[in-house]
Design a protein around this ligand. Structure first.
Ligand code: PA5
Length: 468
C-alpha cells in the first residue's frame, strides 16, 4: 500500500469550521503557482535536497568510506559511533536510528546488533551528558562523526574541541585523526579547512543542501550505513515520493496536499498549532525531526518588521500522549490541527493474554494484540477529535522500513518547500537565529564580534526590583 493521506476530518461540513470545498478549490489554483515556484528554485540550483536521492557519487563515496572503516577496524571492532552536531545535523540521524534499527539499539549486545556499532548523538553542549558518554566509551572502538554544514557552529565546534583533546590525550595525534570524520560543506568552513590541512577524512554536504534538509546526504546516510541500514532503499523511497509529487494537482501530490491543508488550517481557520502524532515508537523521533523542519523553515517575517507568519509545530506520541496532551487538543483553544501517523503492519505484534475473564476492566483486552490496540486507539482519538469539531488528518504507511521512511522524509521536505511558497517566505534560511549567535560570540570574546558586543552592551540590564 502506498503512503496514504486521509484528510476527511479536516473538511467542512463534517468538521464544523473545517476547510470548505470552495477554499480547497481556491488553494488548488494557488498550489499550481507554489509548485511552479519550487520547480523554479530547483531549476536555479538552490534546492539540492531534491537531487540527493539520485546522487550516486555521493552515496558511493559514503559507502566506500563505511567499507574502509569496517576493513580498518577488522570487521566488528567498531563498537560506537558518536555524531557531534546540532539541529539539522543531529535530528535526522536520531530519527533514522529510532525508525530503522530495532528498539533499544544502544542497549543491545554486538551479536544482536549484527556487529554494527551503537549510535550516540551529542546534540547539545550540556557537560554532564558529554562527560558521561566520553567516560564510558572505548575510544579505540569509537568513531566521531563531526557534522556541520557551516563548519563553524559554536556548539558543534565546542564538542569537537573537547573530543579531539580527549582522543589525542588517550591515543596520540595520528590515531586521534583516524577516529574522526567530518561531514561538512565541500569548500567552506573551519572543518573543511582542518580536513585539508591535517588529512582528516571528510564527506560532503552539497553546497545547495541546508542543515534541516540534509538527512538524505551523508548527514543521515553515513550514520545509517554504519548502523547497517539499507541506505539504497532509503534513497529509493525518497526518489519514489519525489516522482509521486511531480504534478501540480493536489489530488495526486500528497506533499502538496499536506502543505495546502496545513496552510489553510492556519491562515483561514486559526489552527496555528500543528501537531504531528505518530502511533509508533519507531516514528517518535521523526516527529521531532519534522518539528525542526517545519518551525525553522516557516516561522519568518515576510517583509522585514512585519508581524511574522508560520505555524507552530508540536510533537506528540500515541498512545502515550493521550494521557498528557490530548485533553488539551480536545477541549483547549480551537487553535490546533493534528496529523496522526499510523502504521499498518507492526513487526512482532504481541497477543494480550486472556487472564482475568471475570474482571470487566481486563477481560475485553484478552485475545487482542498490542499493535491492534495501538491502532484502534489512534482511530478512536481521531474520531473523538472529529466528533468535537477538532480537525485532524491521518498519514498511513504500510510498514516502517527504509523505503517507506525515505518516502516520508521526502514528503515532509517537499511539503515544507511548498508551504514556504504558500506563506510567501524563504523556507531555506534562518535569519532569526543569527542575533542570538552573535550575542553568544560577543560574550565568549570572539574576535569578529565587535558589532554584536556593542549591541549587547546597549541592552538594558536586569532590573533588581523585578527579580524575585
Ligand atoms: O537547519 C538548519 O540549517 C540548522 O538547524 C542547522 O542544522 C544547525 O544550526 C546546525 O548548523 P550546522 O550544520 O551549520 O552546524
Amino acid at each position: 500500500m502506498p503512503l496514504r493521506l486521509d484528510y476527511s476530518n479536516m473538511m467542512a461540513p463534517s468538521i464544523d469550521g473545517g476547510i470548505t470545498d470552495a477554499e480547497w478549490r481556491e488553494i488548488g489554483t494557488r498550489f499550481s503557482a507554489a509548485h511552479a515556484g519550487v520547480m523554479a528554485l530547483h531549476a536555479a540550483g538552490t534546492l539540492g535536497f531534491l537531487d540527493l536521492p539520485d546522487d550516486r557519487v555521493l552515496h558511493r563515496t559514503t559507502e566506500a568510506y563505511v567499507a574502509g572503516v569496517r576493513a580498518r577496524s577488522g570487521g566488528d571492532a567498531l563498537t560506537d559511533v558518536v555524531v557531534l552536531g546540532i539541529g539539522g545535523s543531529a535530528l535526522g540521524p536520531i530519527a533514522l536510528r529510532t525508525a530503522l534499527r530495532p528498539p533499544q539499539w544502544n542497549l543491545l549486545d554486538a551479536e544482536a546488533r549484527s556487529g554494527h556499532p551503537r549510535l550516540h548523538v551529542l546534540d547539545n553542549v550540556d557537560p554532564a551528558n558529554i562527560s558521561a558518554l566520553l567516560a564510558r566509551l572505548d575510544l579505540r572502538g569509537s568513531l566521531f562523526v563531526v557534522t556541520s554544514k557551516s563548519g563553524g557552529t559554536a556548539e558543534t565546534m565546542a564538542q569537537y574541541l573537547v573530543v579531539r583533546a580527549r582522543l589525542t590525550a588517550a591515543l596520540g595525534e595520528a590515531a586521534a585523526r583516524e577516529r574522526l570524520v567530518f561531514v561538512t560543506d565541500p569548500e567552506k568552513g573551519a572543518l573543511r579547512a582542518i580536513a585539508r590541512a591535517e588529512g582528516v577524512a571528510a564527506l560532503e554536504i552539497p553546497a545547495n543542501v541546508g542543515g534541516r534538509f540534509s538527512v538524505l546526504s551523508p548527514v543521515g546516510v553515513l550514520p545509517a550505513a554504519l548502523m547497517g541500514i539499507d541506505t539504497a532503499q532509503l534513497l529509493a523511497g525518497a526518489a519514489a515520493m519525489r516522482t509521486r509529487c511531480a504534478s501540480d494537482d493536489l489530488t495526486s501530490n500528497i506533499a502538496g496536499a499536506f502543505a495546502a491543508l496545513q496552510h489553510l488550517a492556519d491562515t483561514k481557520h486559526g489552527r496555528r498549532i500543528q501537531v504531528l502524532m505518530p502511533y509508533s515508537d519507531a516514528l517518535r523521533d521523526m516527529a521531532a525531526w519534522f518539528v525542526q523542519l517545519w518551525a525553522e523553515s516557516l516561522g519568518k517575517h515576510r517583509i522585514p518588521g512585519d508581524a511574522g507568519v508560520g505555524p507552530t509545530p508540536l510533537a506528540a506520541l500515541g498512545a502515550t500522549d493521550q494521557h498528557s496532551q490530548v485533553q488539551l487538543f480536545m477541549e483547549g483553544p480551537a487553535d490546533k490541527s493534528v496529523t496522526f501517523l499510523g502504521v499498518e503492519q507492526v513487526s512482532g505484534d504481541v497477543e494480550i493474554p486472556s487472564l482475568h475473564p471475570d474482571i470487566a476492566e481486563l477481560a475485553y483486552l484478552g485475545g487482542h494484540r498490542l499493535g491492534e490496540l495501538l491502532d484502534i486507539e489512534r482511530r478512536a482519538t481521531a474520531g473523538a477529535l472529529a466528533r468535537r469539531g477538532r480537525p485532524n488528518m491521518t498519514l498511513t504507511m504500510a510498514a516502517v522500513d527504509p523505503f517507506r521512511v525515505g518516502q516520508l522524509l521526502m514528503l515532509f521536505e517537499l511539503a515544507t518547500a511548498y508551504a514556504g511558497q504558500l506563506y510567501g517566505v524563504n523556507a531555506f534560511d534562518q535569519p532569526g537565529v543569527e542575533l542570538g549567535k552573535q550575542f553568544t560570540y560577543a560574550m565568549l570574546g570572539r574576535a569578529d564580534a565587535d558589532e554584536a558586543r556593542r549591541e549587547w552592551n546597549l541592552l538594558p540590564t536586569s532590573d533588581p526590583s523585578r527579580v524575585i
